[in-house]
Write a protein that binds this ligand. Structure first.
Ligand SMILES: NC(=O)C1=CN([C@@H]2O[C@H](COP(=O)(O)OP(=O)(O)OC[C@H]3O[C@@H](n4cnc5c(N)ncnc54)[C@H](O)[C@@H]3O)[C@@H](O)[C@H]2O)C=CC1
Ligand SMILES: O=C(O)[C@H]1O[C@H](OP(=O)(O)OP(=O)(O)OC[C@H]2O[C@@H](n3ccc(=O)[nH]c3=O)[C@H](O)[C@@H]2O)[C@H](O)[C@@H](O)[C@@H]1O
Length: 528
């Protein structure tokens, strides 16, 4: 298994955040583009897979070697040995890392797949001109963060990077190509990409498809090897349908045909936003109930169990937490909210915005609960944070709930000690600066207020409280007696993931507070 050195690692050579701010054209509103033109029917140049690429069945380029581009292409390369797959990026550091065994992202099982395919039919390169020229199919898998400035700031997705890719392809291409949106984008982005490509065409045709990705970090390889479905949207023209068929034939190498859904472009683009919105909505729904459980003495785990056993509701995504994080849930819901507003559907926009507001409430509620429980002050107290990644099995810290809790506790002048097996100190500060505007370089005393540790026991040594903020498996088997003995008393433990055995912890002597769990003092007899 791919293994990074344990503990908060030194800053990686590459840091994803640096690449979200690529200078270039500001985002063009996709809502301003004209209606879709039908493609001329005599330009039937999209070839079936087997005839496309000489010694290879097909040549694929993926622009963007991040959390999606890297794993997705590695799995295509693994499952399709006759397809040449190149993952390209504008970041030399990123590509250099992909060409070593110290991959730029942590994802269980990824290294093995990369090692199997690298230099066989999987290549990582910054020579985008050459690879665009050679590719038959080009995936665009670049970051599409929420806009921070200008029209739609704080809600609309910035598709600047997608547009730059389209312009790059248009400039270099000397023959017909299929261009595939892998990035998550606002509905009708394919139209903007098509227009850019068409405006620059030199007598050949581009087909633009939408193929959104549904992998989750931490389980990316499993999700890619066994997807619930693959979704491909494209123009419903003869050429468009042929292009769809070309992409279907790639996935059909390992995905059962009935799980490969084909549809039109706009349904495909919108389905991705809706899938993330529904998933996040479930988390916010159960988190809202966790607050009610704490007030009434009900147990949120029992609620999840009882409700989830109804087949119509289902068990998954009902795990209460300190809040959802990650680069996409908030971004994609905001994107949906912005779309609704753009089309004058304010009630729909308000409905979906509430999912984010509930998430903000949950994060805030957690940090306020810590302060309230600890006699209304954490000033000068050492608080150990176990887990900084937004979920287990990833080193990704984008929008991680831990960051918001740490920010709030810093405002109360606590001394923070963080342990996470995969997060770098550099990434931690970068995200804090980008998302919370808290910069450790120009805020006196801040750097010293946060210690990052490579050992969970050191992080907890002498602490007044321990907070479980990521559900890493290793936290389940720590020696909590040893931790308790080393802590200031009373020893508080705040479980933001419902990961631990609270009965056992209380037996040791901890004062335990957990999301959605009845407080045994307030509700004697209700603890399960
Ligand atoms: N992270 C995730 O789990 C998932 C992300 N998505 C979506 O996939 C897209 C990519 O997300 P991530 O992989 O997480 O982003 P990322 O930030 O990890 O990677 C994006 C990469 O694109 C590169 N890039 C930017 N502009 C470029 C250009 N003009 N040419 C070539 N490379 C360029 C960047 O240098 C970076 O390495 C986003 O739209 C995201 O919403 C979809 C499903 C899952
Ligand atoms: O578009 C994306 O980026 C991806 O977003 C999510 O994947 P990801 O964010 O990697 O991870 P999730 O497992 O969905 O978790 C998201 C957040 O919700 C939290 N969560 C999840 C499930 C749950 O029951 N409770 C809960 O608090 C997690 O801890 C995490 O902070 C979706 O699950 C993917 O299908 C999608 O492709």
């Amino acid at each position: 298994m791919q293994q990074k050195s344990s503990g908060l690692r030194p800053v990686l050579a590459f840091s994803w955040r640096q690449k979200t701010h690529i200078p270039g054209n500001p985002c063009q509103s996709v809502y301003a583009v004209e209606g879709c033109r039908r493609l001329p029917s005599n330009r039937n140049q999209v070839l079936p897979v087997s005839k496309m690429s000489g010694e290879w069945d097909l040549k694929i380029l993926c622009m963007g070697a991040g959390y999606v581009g890297g794993p997705t292409m590695a799995v295509i390369a693994k499952q399709c040995p006759k397809i040449r797959v190149v993952v390209g990026d504008i970041s030399q550091k990123q590509i250099d890392a992909w060409n070593t065994d110290d991959l730029p992202i942590y994802e269980p099982g990824l290294l093995e797949v990369v090692q199997e395919c690298r230099h066989r039919n999987l290549f990582f390169s910054t020579d985008l001109d050459k690879e665009i020229d050679e590719a038959d199919v080009i995936f665009i898998s670049v970051n599409t963060p929420t806009k921070t400035k200008g029209i739609g700031a704080g809600a609309a997705a910035n598709i600047k990077n997608c547009e730059l890719c389209a312009r790059h392809i248009a400039k270099i291409a000397k023959q017909s190509k299929i261009v595939v949106e892998k990035s998550t984008v606002p509905v009708r982005t394919a139209e903007a990409i098509s227009r850019i490509l068409r405006a620059n065409e030199k007598g050949f045709e581009f087909q633009v498809l939408s193929n959104p990705e549904f992998l989750a970090e931490g389980t990316a390889i499993k999700d890619l090897m066994n997807p619930d479905r693959v979704l491909i949207g494209g123009p419903q023209t003869t050429e468009g349908l042929k292009a769809i068929e070309t992409l279907v034939s790639v996935y059909a190498n390992w995905v059962p045909r009935e799980q490969i859904l084909t549809t039109n472009l706009w349904s495909s683009e919108l389905s991705k936003l809706v899938a993330n919105a529904f998933l996040a909505q479930r988390v916010s729904s159960i988190n809202s109930i966790s607050a009610l459980c704490e007030a009434t003495g009900a147990d949120v785990n029992e609620i999840s169990r009882a409700v989830g056993m109804d087949d119509r509701i289902g068990k998954r995504f009902l795990q209460p937490s300190v809040g959802f994080g990650g680069s996409c849930f908030q971004k994609d819901i905001l994107n949906l909210v912005y779309l609704c507003e753009t089309y004058g559907l304010q009630a729909c926009a308000d409905y979906w915005r509430q999912v984010i507001q509930m998430n903000d409430f949950q994060k805030k509620r957690f940090s306020e609960g810590i302060v309230a429980s600890m006699f209304n002050t954490v000033t000068g107290k050492k608080i150990a944070i176990l887990g900084y990644a937004f979920k287990k099995d990833t080193g990704d810290v984008r929008e991680t709930p831990s960051m918001f809790v740490v920010r709030d506790l810093l405002q109360e002048n606590a001394k923070i000690h963080v342990y996470d097996p995969q997060v770098t100190r550099g990434d931690m500060w970068l995200e804090m600066d980008y998302t919370c505007g808290v910069n450790h370089d120009n805020t006196p005393g801040l750097d010293e207020a946060v210690t990052t540790s490579t050992d969970p026991y050191l992080a907890c040594d002498g602490a007044h409280a321990v907070c479980i903020l990521t559900e890493w498996d290793e936290f389940k088997t720590l020696d909590y007696k040893k931790i308790y003995d080393s802590m200031a008393k009373p020893a508080f433990l705040f479980d933001g993931r419902l990961l631990l055995d609270h009965k056992e912890l209380r037996k040791i002597g901890f004062e335990v507070h957990a999301i959605g769990k009845p407080d045994p003092i307030k509700f004697p007899g209700s603890t399960i």
